[in-house]
Design a protein around this ligand. Structure first.
Ligand code: HEM
Ligand code: MG
Length: 329
């Protein structure tokens, strides 16, 4: 079975992370980048493999080391993506497109298609990436959308991206998708990733010496577009767990749902987990999303699935969630 996830950092204060051992290098031909500006940046600086082919062990160490993401949030985020987009048997994940470099495919309907895969983790209403519906590019930086991010930072944040801006811009992106994307989907797991990603820039991209929750929009561009730490960048001052995502939801509460019949037909889906209820998000993911990809696993695949599901569970165990075993113990 694959190795267990790394535990918390020994030293978890701020420190220089754009250091001599982790120089920025442009992606080489063949290197893969994708929809996550955090992981793209870690690849550009060699905290994860510069090829963009990686594993949860490597990612979890890197997001803690490079950004001070809190251990359980790192585990929850990584395994929820890895279980649906990674190769469980070879323990490899592409941070972007599908590639043979992650190894032989398991039986369908599993796809093992990397983080670009639409609707099993990546989803609609991203801040700087378009909805997959609009031409299929759900992963490239989009300048027009970024200008919306900057504009909202001016209107609601005095020029900085902060929690107030996050609440307004998340709502605006949702309203845009309701009005223009007939396939708009905003149920679990997208509920979790959307709000989590709204606060990541505030929690993880503000220099740890500054530590005031006010993100400069040129610093934001450095991560979103250039996939690069600013010069002298120091990681967050303490492990960041993302719980301020609930403030983003509270600014404009909206239930999980979808456009059921074209644009402007947004309809709540009461069977979806909601953001505050991480136990249901965990259960939905394991019991619906993962199981729909792996209805009948056997052999090494089954062993790897069970192990990775358990690692995923350990991140919600502290919240008092009950472990579920869709493939038996
Ligand atoms: C977006 C995966 C960690 C910042 C995404 C997306 C994926 C992803 C698949 C695309 C979702 C979408 O917008 O549709 C992961 C995984 C992580 C991780 C597996 C492992 C722990 C991080 C970290 C940061 C970060 C450490 C910040 C330092 C972001 C941001 C977005 C995003 C800001 C939103 C991009 C946008 O809306 O334009 N991530 N991520 N992520 N990620 Fe990550
Ligand atoms: Mg997206």
């Amino acid at each position: 079975p694959p190795p267990p996830p790394p535990g918390p950092l020994d030293f978890s204060g701020t420190k220089l992370v754009n250091d001599a051992e982790h120089p920025f290098m442009d992606a080489r031909p063949g290197d893969i980048r994708g929809p996550c500006p955090g992981l793209n940046t870690l690849a550009s600086h060699g905290y994860i493999s510069r090829s963009g082919i990686t594993s949860c062990s490597e990612i979890i160490t890197a997001v803690m080391e490079g950004f001070n993401m809190e251990n359980n949030l790192a585990i929850f985020t990584c395994y929820s993506a890895f279980l649906v987009n990674g190769n469980l048997v070879t323990d490899k994940l592409s941070i972007g497109q599908k590639t043979a470099k992650t190894g032989p495919d398991p039986p369908k309907p599993a796809t093992v298609a990397g983080l670009n895969t639409h609707n099993v983790f990546e989803g609609d209403t991203s801040m700087t990436r378009a909805d997959a519906y609009f031409g299929g590019d759900n992963h490239s930086f989009n300048e027009t959308l970024f200008q919306g991010f900057v504009d909202f930072s001016k209107r609601y944040g005095g020029g900085k991206y902060n929690l107030t801006v996050a609440g307004e811009y998340r709502y605006k992106r949702i309203q845009d998708s309701i009005a223009t994307n007939p396939t708009f989907n905003f149920i679990a797991p997208r509920i979790f990733s959307a709000y989590s990603e709204s606060v990541n820039p505030i929690n993880l991209w503000v220099d740890g010496r500054q530590d005031d929750g006010q993100l400069d929009t040129e610093v934001a561009r450095s991560f979103f577009q250039k996939m690069r730490f600013p010069d002298d960048f120091h990681r967050a001052a303490r492990p960041m767990n993302g719980e301020n995502e609930l403030d983003v939801l509270a600014a404009h509460p909206i239930e999980p749902g979808t456009n059921v019949n074209g644009v402007n037909t947004y309809t709540p889906d009461p069977t979806s987990g909601t953001l505050p209820d991480k136990c249901t998000l965990y259960e939905n993911h394991v019991n619906r999303t993962v199981r729909s990809l792996y209805p009948n696993p056997t052999g090494n695949l089954l062993v790897a699935l069970k192990a990775n599901m358990h690692y995923f569970y350990t991140s919600v165990q502290p919240k008092g969630c009950k472990e579920i075993f869709p493939y038996g113990r």
